[in-house]
Write a protein that binds this ligand. Structure first.
Ligand code: ATP
Ligand code: MG
Length: 356
């Protein structure tokens, strides 16, 4: 298969980890006879320095014309002023909106050899394999009106939690589709006892559940879900929820895995290229030292193979190589080991080359 992959290394450790993920994709291409063309572009702080904006129209157009986008991380102390007119995260928001990626997928698996790096008790972590799907382009973060005014002498601020049936349906349907390739279980998370938007969400999820009787659906209030994620995470499989609820729950779920450096994410839409990035940020404290854990980005590349290129076997082979490296004791600093970014990737590549 031929694919055009835009790489946005970004800032901080972004370039260090994407370099290794690209290497892994190159090995996959060579091994399986695919042709991947990579083109590297600026986005984030590095783009602000070069062009005065976090994402240029030209780079966005390149991303839209690609098969998939692989991103490192954006931001850092140099561009940290939250009141500045141009900020690195604007590039990320522009990219998500521009690509129409309405679902953010965050798988959380806890490798049996890493249960001790997690703050959660080991017996609760056995078998944890959760896929949290966060709605990404609607809900509280985008609803209108949003703003500030003064009423009766008091300063007010307001946000709107708004969803159309269409926005809810497409993300919940995606959750059901993905659940069919897993344990056939969907937990739809809302706050239907209080919020009208959640009552619409629950009504639509219920209807989709009826149309897909082979998948077990349960509804859970977001407060209960946040508790269950730490008390009984192994009982959850696919979790689908509103934008802000998902923002909070995905960060909470990521703690289960022990290190931010381990976890991938994918943002996908109905059609067009997906956006793949590790969940961690630019980690300015360790940038430039060659010690960042590349696993989250390498697993993001695996998700790219699966969701944008339809290469399931290749995706699984990358995930197996990562699993084997961890099983064999390969560890970067965040996991208490001594391997640097490249050395960790070397171990994964070695196992990938030897696999199948
Ligand atoms: P952002 O605002 O960009 O999300 P943040 O302040 O949340 O940034 P992160 O960059 O996500 O910070 O990093 C949080 C902590 O986790 C830092 O101490 C960082 O060094 C560590 N960390 C993040 N990613 C990795 C990684 N891939 N390997 C090792 N440590 C990491
Ligand atoms: Mg962060």
């Amino acid at each position: 298969m031929n694919a055009k992959i835009v790489v946005l290394p970004g800032d901080g450790i972004g370039p260090e980890v994407t370099e290794q993920a690209v290497r892994v994709l190159q090995v996959v291409a060579r091994k399986e006879g695919h042709s991947f063309a990579f083109s590297e572009r600026l986005m984030g702080g590095c783009s602000i320095d070069a062009h005065g904006v976090a994402l240029t129209d030209e780079v966005l157009a390149d991303c839209k014309a690609s098969s998939a986008v692989l991103l490192g991380a954006v931001g850092g102390p140099k561009w940290d002023d939250p009141t500045a007119k141009v900020r690195p995260e604007q590039g990320l928001l522009g990219l998500r909106k521009g690509l129409g990626v309405f679902a953010n997928l965050r798988p959380v698996r806890v490798h049996p050899a890493l249960v001790d790096s997690s703050p959660i008790k080991a017996d609760r972590l056995a078998g944890v394999d959760i896929l949290v799907i966060r709605e990404l382009t609607g809900g509280l973060y985008f609803g209108q009106p949003k703003g500030r005014d003064t009423r009766n002498g008091a300063e007010r601020a307001f946000d709107t939690l708004e969803y159309s049936d269409f926005e809810v349906r497409r993300v919940v349907e995606l959750a059901f589709r993905l659940a069919k390739g897993r344990k056939k279980k969907v937990t739809s998370v809302d706050k239907a006892n209080v919020l009208e938007s959640s009552r619409l969400w629950r009504q639509i999820a219920t209807a989709i559940g009826k149309a897909n009787p082979d998948v077990a659906l349960d509804h859970m209030l977001v407060d209960t879900a946040s508790m269950r994620l730490v008390t009984s995470p192994a009982t959850m499989d696919v979790v689908v929820t509103e934008n802000m609820f998902g923002d909070i729950l995905t960060d909470e779920a990521s703690v289960l895995a022990g290190s931010m450096g381990m976890l991938p994410s994918a943002s996908i839409g109905a059609t067009g290229p997906g956006l793949y990035e590790p969940i961690h940020g630019s980690a300015p404290d360790i940038a430039g030292k060659g010690i960042a854990n590349p696993v989250g980005t390498i697993l993001s590349a695996a998700m790219l193979l699966r969701h944008s290129l339809g290469l399931e076997a290749e995706a699984a082979s990358v995930e197996r190589a990562v699993d084997q490296a961890i099983t064999d004791g390969c560890r970067t600093g965040d996991l208490g080991g001594k391997l640097g970014t490249k050395a960790m990737a070397d171990e994964i590549v070695k196992r990938l080359e030897a696999g199948r």
